[in-house]
Ligand binder design. Structure first.
Ligand SMILES: [Zn+2]
Ligand SMILES: [Zn+2]
Length: 312
């Protein structure tokens, strides 16, 4: 863990925040504003700026930077209020008493994709708070129990998968797929739009690459780090009309398992927006609290982003 202590980034040693003996767990936040990727030598500056903004915020009456820790895109963990200090970032006093707060230096535009280094840094911060700050096992996002987008769709998808380290060990950063009747490795790779050799490799499969029904396959490069293509606009999704974006959308629906409506021959990606497409999209919308108010089956920008970022 690469910890940058308070004095090292220009904060007075020891936060004046209230004592906190233990917590249920850790809540993950992001900046939620335009933020550009930068060289690490400028990260200190950003953390100092956040602290200055918090101290200047009279409405909140902060005594210090609000987070217990902050993590930059290079994986460094900045000590904020630190261990055994009550956060001010979770939304209200009740929520502040419940969990620690760790903020990723990640924007809602500009730098929006958490790097592997950042995910390792966030995991480092969580383990640090558990080991030395008596944080419990729970990990969530600022949006859990509080009306906010924070920490953004990508980071929240990672949190929901257990906030695991990317790559090795526990398969953090990857998705899963359960083999169904009639599947072959090639067919699965094609449907999920991944390289079949890569799929074979991460699952330890050798020639003749057989798979069996019910087998759990790890799917590489899913959700976290995946680029979300720009939302094509509502015109792209009209019943009976073709648009390339419908193929992209279909691939995500298949990846997520929202493919039970079809013409009897399985649901396969294609550019035509059909009534089956619409019903499968509606299933996705109904599965998400932020979309269930209007499950009309026509993807708006939030449906589009979730389709690309939810874990499979
Ligand atoms: Zn937040
Ligand atoms: Zn940095």
């Amino acid at each position: 863990m690469r910890l940058v202590q308070r004095e090292a980034w220009g904060a007075p040693a020891g936060s004046p925040a209230a004592h906190q003996s233990s917590t249920r767990g850790v809540k993950i936040h992001y900046l939620g504003m335009a933020y550009e990727s930068r060289v690490h030598s400028l990260c200190d500056d950003q953390v100092r700026r956040i602290r200055a903004e918090h101290l200047a915020n009279e409405a909140e009456g902060y005594v210090d930077i609000a987070y217990n820790a902050l993590v930059c895109e290079h994986g460094y963990v900045y000590e904020g209020r630190g261990l055994h200090k009550r956060t001010g970032a979770n939304g209200d006093q009740n929520l502040n008493r419940k969990d620690y707060a760790v903020c990723a230096l990640l924007g809602s535009s500009g730098l929006t994709k958490p790097s592997d280094a950042m995910l390792h840094g966030l995991r480092d911060a969580i383990e640090w708070l558990r080991k030395y700050g008596d944080a419990g096992d729970w990990v969530g996002g600022h949006r859990d129990g509080h009306p906010t987008e924070c920490p953004g769709a990508r980071l929240y998808a990672w949190v929901q998968r257990g906030a695991l380290r990317p790559g090795g060990g526990q398969d953090g950063g990857d998705g899963n797929y359960t083999v169904r009747p009639g599947d072959t490795l090639l067919a699965i790779a094609r449907r999920l739009d991944v390289d079949w050799r890569e799929l074979a490799k991460v699952n330890g499969l050798r020639p003749p690459y057989s798979v069996y029904v019910g087998q759990e396959l790890h799917v590489p490069n899913k959700a976290v780090g995946q680029e979300v293509p720009p939302y094509p606009g509502r015109e792209a999704f009209r019943l009976g009309k073709r648009h390339p974006a419908v193929t992209w959308l279909d691939k995500q629906l298949v990846r997520l398992g929202f493919d039970r409506h079809h013409d009897g021959d399985g649901y396969t990606p294609g550019s035509l927006f059909t009534e089956y497409t619409r019903r499968n999209v509606a299933d996705l919308q109904r599965s998400r609290p932020e979309l269930s108010g209007d499950p009309d089956g026509y993807p708006g920008p939030v449906t589009w982003e979730l389709a690309h970022t939810l874990p499979g």
